[in-house]
Write a protein that binds this ligand. Structure first.
Ligand code: MIC
Ligand code: SF4
Length: 641
């Protein structure tokens, strides 16, 4: 059978299981990454596992999310992360060095390696040919302890690219086109593998924009071949020795094919409040805009900011709006300074922010009330910007800069002559903000430093055979983890404090949930399709667990959230007949007999006196983990110290 890239990489990493779509396989993890908002929890869990050094080839801890330091909490967490990295043998990318995915791509990612990261956009490294998967922090902790990572062997979709992008059209428009076609759940259970002649016309950062935002399709990951273009990129980063060629066999056997002719792609935009709500910019051009934000792990590479700088050179940001720019890394900033492009951005009146996630996660720069924000980011969920009634539109850097100049949503092709620019062949490499792992003897002496906001992990107990309680909440389709556990400047600093962060659960959709869950001593969550899409934050499972939620009953789950529920001992059930969703109302008393989870599961709606058929897709090891009360108890019972 002719091999895809996915097959080739997984074949070398499978430790257990059969490589057949839908079957569970355990893969060896070479690299891991964490960021600060999920990292604190991941390392608290790693410390509970109790080994004295990471067992992966390479693990990197980044600080890029919680950088607004309005009090002691975030800086205390940064100090905790730095001391943990020193103690356990990790690289530490200091605050100010850049966004985890951009820096990882520049300085660490290698073709052919497996990577898991406690951030849903970890597939950014797929742009260089790494098999990179987003996961919950506990899964990353377990991988650092040397355990394999389990996943359902994916179907492989060949996204066949032909032709070349037109001027003013870029990689973001390609991924928006993919989202227009397959929407926010079209990638579930699949890898989007890019192939075809058009691939050679995309640079590594272009490819990384596409694999980054592939996450929004719900896919397991996205990946590009590792070819001569990859080699050139690695050479430019002084890492040519890490290049290996990974290309699909001719006539590789894809489960599905999506064909995209790059010549025909137009500037695209995702409308509020879903990255899958895509139209052509030309269809809604003229919309009055209050804010333009350029950056995020999707569009903050040197190429993206050079095009913005060249397009805005000599002009001023429209009076209608304000414009923020966050570069992806210090390397990008150093180049912008050296080439003089930084001057054009500053001259034009752009507000230059830190090289962090910033506005993407509501860490400052929220739009005004009912504001229209045009962003080069990857998510436009309701309230995510920090302003509940703001509306976010997702676009390419070209469309964003055109909009910043005119003050209304603008098709960049109307700007006229496309700026000329050349990318450097050698990047400015300066790793002085990356602290290297300490040798074991020195590491042993490091004292991990905790701030007062870091709370110990709650205890998790084995599951009983029968679960009972009330349906506490009933939700629609496509509920995101931002709905379940909001982010933003006020709540993010509580990521290392489960009791405190739990007070904010479902805040945006049901302001009484916390009190109700407390009063009822836990219960059940009921929802529609694609429950838990978006961020990998395990707090969206940890907080419900802490409040006594025993099971979540939905029409279907998003991948990472499903894994997080299992990891924290919440039973993830699906309706056998989706229409039975109508048979449970908030306040109904439910009894669910789960037994050992491998037999028939009976859900009794006591209030309505009916039985509802529910099922799950749990493997035997998932069931074992759940019955033990979660993955932490399971790993502790398994590891040989
Ligand atoms: C996001 O983009 O939503 C985040 C913030 O990067 C999350 C991680 C988190 O919630 O900390 C993600 O994408 O996984
Ligand atoms: Fe940061 Fe936004 Fe990327 Fe998440 S999507 S890692 S918040 S830049």
């Amino acid at each position: 059978m002719a091999g895809t890239i996915t097959e080739k990489i997984l074949k070398k990493h499978i430790a257990e299981g059969i490589p057949k779509a839908g079957e569970e396989v355990a893969i060896i993890i070479d690299h891991t990454l964490t960021q600060d908002a999920t990292g604190t929890m991941a390392y608290l869990q790693f410390e509970v596992i109790g080994i004295n050094r990471i067992k992966t080839e390479l693990s990197v801890s980044f600080v890029d999310h919680n950088t607004l330091q309005t009090d002691f909490k975030n800086p205390d967490d940064h100090r905790y992360l730095q001391t943990v990295a020193a103690k356990y043998g990790l690289y530490f990318s200091r605050p100010g060095n850049g966004i985890c995915h951009q820096v990882f791509l520049e300085r660490f990612a290698c073709p052919g390696k497996t990577l898991i990261g406690s951030d849903s956009h970890t597939p950014t490294a797929g742009g260089i040919g790494s098999f990179a998967i987003g996961a919950g922090g506990l899964d990353v902790a377990v991988s650092m302890a040397g355990e394999t990572f389990k996943l359902k062997y994916p179907k492989v979709v060949g996204v066949k690219l032909s032709g070349k992008l037109q001027e003013w059209v870029s990689a973001k428009d390609v991924i928006l086109e993919v989202l227009r076609r397959i929407n926010v759940n079209g990638g579930v259970g699949k890898v989007l593998e890019y192939c075809g002649d058009g691939v050679k016309n995309l640079s590594v950062p272009d490819r990384a924009t596409i694999t980054n935002m592939g996450t929004e399709t719900g896919c397991t990951t996205s990946i590009f071949p590792s070819d001569e273009i990859t080699r050139e990129f690695l050479k430019g980063q002084g890492r040519e020795n890490q290049w290996v060629e990974i290309i699909p066999d001719e006539n590789a056997d894809y489960d599905e094919i999506i064909e995209i002719n790059l010549n025909e792609v137009e500037p695209m935009v995702a409308l509020p409040h879903s990255p899958g709500n895509v139209k052509k910019v030309a269809e809604i051009a003229g919309l009055k805009v209050d804010q333009v934000s350029i950056g995020s792990c999707t569009n903050s590479s040197l190429r993206d900011l050079i095009i913005v700088a060249k397009a805005i050179k000599g002009k001023t940001v429209s009076e209608n709006l304000h414009m923020t720019i966050s570069a992806g890394s210090r390397q990008v900033v150093e180049h912008l300074i050296e080439s003089g492009d930084m001057k054009h951005l500053v001259n034009a009146g752009a507000r230059m922010l830190e090289n962090t996630c910033g506005p993407c996660i509501g860490m400052g720069s929220a739009p005004c009330s009912k504001g229209i924000s045009v962003r080069t980011f990857n998510r436009n969920f309701e309230g995510r910007s920090g302003t509940k009634d703001a509306k976010t539109y997702l676009v390419s850097p070209e469309t964003a800069v055109a909009t910043a100049i005119t003050g209304v949503l603008t098709d960049p092709r109307t700007l006229g002559k496309y700026p000329e620019f050349e990318m450097p062949h050698k990047f400015i490499v300066n790793d002085n903000m990356i602290i290297k792992p300490l040798p074991l003897e020195k590491a042993k002496k490091v004292q991990v430093q905790f701030g007062p906001n870091i709370a110990p992990l709650p205890d998790f107990f084995p599951l009983e055979d029968e679960l009972s309680g009330e349906a506490l909440i009933k939700l629609q389709d496509n509920i995101t983890t931002d709905h379940i556990m909001p982010a933003g400047a006020k709540i993010l600093p509580l990521r290392s404090n489960v009791p405190e962060i739990s007070k904010h659960i479902f805040e945006a959709v049901d302001s009484n949930f916390y009190e109700r869950a407390k009063e009822k001593n836990g219960g059940f969550i009921v929802a529609g399709d694609n429950y838990g899409q978006g961020s990998s934050r395990e707090h969206a499972a940890l907080a419900p667990k802490y409040l006594g939620v025993k099971a979540v009953i939905v029409k279907s789950f998003a991948r990472i959230h499903l894994a997080n529920l299992i990891n924290f001992g919440i039973v993830p059930l699906t309706f056998k007949n989706p229409e039975d969703y109508e048979k449970i109302d908030v306040g109904d008393e439910l009894i669910i007999t789960i037994g050992d989870l491998m037999g028939k599961i009976i859900l009794k709606n006591v209030t309505k006196n009916i039985e509802i058929q529910v099922t799950h897709a749990l493997s035997e090891s998932d069931a074992e983990i759940l019955k033990m009360g979660g993955k932490l108890s399971w790993i502790k019972s398994k590891i040989k110290y």
